[in-house]
Structures are given as structure tokens and as C-alpha cells.
Design a protein around this ligand. Structure first.
Ligand code: IPE
Ligand code: IPE
Ligand code: MG
Length: 252
């Protein structure tokens, strides 16, 4: 009997020319500040331009047959930035929620948000719910926006949820396994990412999807996020196609 589950062996090895596109791409959109600084502009100009790059990316994902796109827009640690920058970023978020959701809805995009929404003002929290509800019937692209998101926060919250169930007597600790913990995460309805792209040349995850990206392919690009476009997206997919995913098994 094989020690490796058949569904994993089916994936190994995979040649570049027969690789399907990644089903789920996650993007760490980094480098807005440096983009602005290099043009002697305020950081907010970089964030504004970054929103344009996001529109291009959503478009590129749909055209490339990607079903799930998750973007890191604001981390739990980003609250530590100067108050003025946090205000600029929440202001842009407000603007985006008021002005862009209708177009996303028309284009078949389903929106979800992951992160600690309680830290946002009530009007933003309301708009997040409306955006999710009014796009819930869509299925062309599942767009998840990580806002006030931290993977360690998320895992701690999942541990609290399960611990409460144990205390209530409805859960036996011995039955907690990977699947159960995954089902307590904010991403419970979302498949794991196949590919994580980070722009700006930094090579770290910065507390993004630490559990979910256990076997994701990581692609780090030197482009700053506001300059990111369809050719960079295509280059990341091509790099993904060259990778051999093994999931710990052994290729023949
Ligand atoms: C990414 O760009 C946007 C957010 C983190 C909100 P940065 O603002 O981190 O830009 P750099 O990394 O300072 O260039
Ligand atoms: C990660 O970028 C968060 C987002 C892109 C939203 P940061 O710029 O905050 O990460 P560090 O501080 O360089 O690790
Ligand atoms: Mg940064």
C-alpha cells in the first residue's frame, strides 16, 4: 500500500507544458510607497496608483482563467503606520467600496473580505457587508480582499472558536485535525492558494495566509505594485507552470 494519498500522487510530477493555470492566485501588493518616493510624490499617490494596478490584475486574472484571486490590501500590522497614512488608506477603501463595486458586480466578480473588520469604522463595515451580499450570486471570479488581516490573528481566532466548543462540551479535543482547524479560519470557504506573488522585490510573507500557503508556489517580482500589469501577471503564471509541485511526495 502506498503511504502517499492517491490524489497527491496524481499531481506528481507535472510537466510545464501540461500544467493547468493556478486555480487560486494570492498577491501581496507591495511597493506603493517606494513608487511614490521615486517620483517625489506623497505616499498616497502610490496607493492611488496601486488601486489602478489592482483593476488591471482583476482583469488579467479573469482573462487567464484564474477562479480565485486573493489580495493583501491592508495587514493587521499596517495599523501601526502613521495616522495620516492609515487615514489615506481607509479613505481610499471607502472610495473603492462606494465606486467600484457596481462594476465588479456587473463583471461577475464575487467579493469576500477576510480580516478583523471590527477595527474599521461602522460605515466601512456596513459597506463590506453590502459588497459581499450584492455580489454573492457571482461566480466568474472569486475576489477575496485581506483587510486588517494577519495570519497569526486568524489562527488564534480559530483556536479560540474551537476552545469555546470544547468548553461548551460539543467538541472532543481528540477530534481536532487539520480539516477542522481550516474550517475555523476566515478562509473556510476558500481553497488554498496555488501561487503567491509578491511585488517590490521583498521576499517574505509578512503574516499573509501562513496556514493556507503551506504548499503554495512563491514568486517574487522586482516590479513595484503600481507598475504591475498583465505582462507581470503572465510572467508569474509562466514561472508557476515551470515549477514542479511535489507536496512532499517523490517524483518518478
Ligand atoms: C503596499 O505598499 C501597500 C500597503 C502595505 C498598504 P507599501 O505602502 O508597503 O509600499 P512600500 O513597501 O513602503 O514601498
Ligand atoms: C505587506 O506589506 C502588507 C500588504 C501588502 C498589505 P508591508 O509593506 O506592510 O510588509 P513589510 O512591512 O514590508 O513586511
Ligand atoms: Mg511595503
Amino acid at each position: 500500500m502506498s503511504a502517499v494519498p492517491q490524489e497527491l500522487l496524481d499531481d506528481v510530477p507535472r510537466k510545464a507544458d501540461e500544467a493547468p493555470p493556478p486555480r487560486h492566485v494570492a498577491v501581496i501588493m507591495d511597493g506603493n510607497g517606494r513608487w511614490a518616493a521615486s517620483r517625489f510624490l506623497p505616499r498616497v499617490a502610490g496607493h492611488r496608483e496601486g488601486a489602478r494596478a489592482l483593476r488591471r490584475t482583476i482583469d488579467a486574472a479573469m482573462r487567464n482563467g484564474v477562479e480565485w484571486l486573493t489580495i493583501y490590501a491592508f495587514s493587521s500590522e499596517n495599523w501601526r503606520r502613521p495616522a495620516g497614512e492609515v487615514m489615506d488608506l481607509t479613505g481610499l477603501l471607502r472610495h473603492y467600496l462606494k465606486n467600484e463595486i457596481a462594476e465588479l458586480r456587473t463583471n461577475g466578480v464575487r467579493l469576500r473580505f477576510i480580516g478583523d473588520r471590527d477595527r474599521f469604522d461602522a460605515d466601512i463595515r456596513d459597506d463590506l457587508v453590502v459588497a459581499e451580499q450584492t455580489t454573492a450570486m457571482n461566480s466568474r471570479l472569486n475576489l477575496t480582499v485581506a483587510l486588517s488581516y494577519g495570519a497569526r490573528d486568524e489562527i488564534a481566532a480559530a483556536a479560540r472558536t474551537l476552545a469555546e466548543r470544547v468548553r461548551a462540551g460539543t467538541l472532543d479535543p481528540a477530534s481536532i485535525d487539520e480539516a477542522m482547524l481550516a474550517s475555523a479560519l476566515w478562509t473556510r470557504d476558500i481553497p488554498d492558494p496555488d501561487l503567491v506573488i509578491r511585488t517590490s522585490g521583498e521576499q517574505r510573507l509578512s503574516n499573509f495566509l501562513l496556514w493556507q500557503a503551506a504548499y503554495a508556489e512563491l514568486v517574487f517580482l522586482d516590479v513595484l505594485w503600481p507598475d504591475f500589469g498583465p505582462s507581470h501577471f503572465a510572467a508569474a503564471l509562466a514561472e508557476y507552470a515551470r515549477r514542479e509541485r511535489r507536496f512532499g511526495a517523490r517524483p518518478d
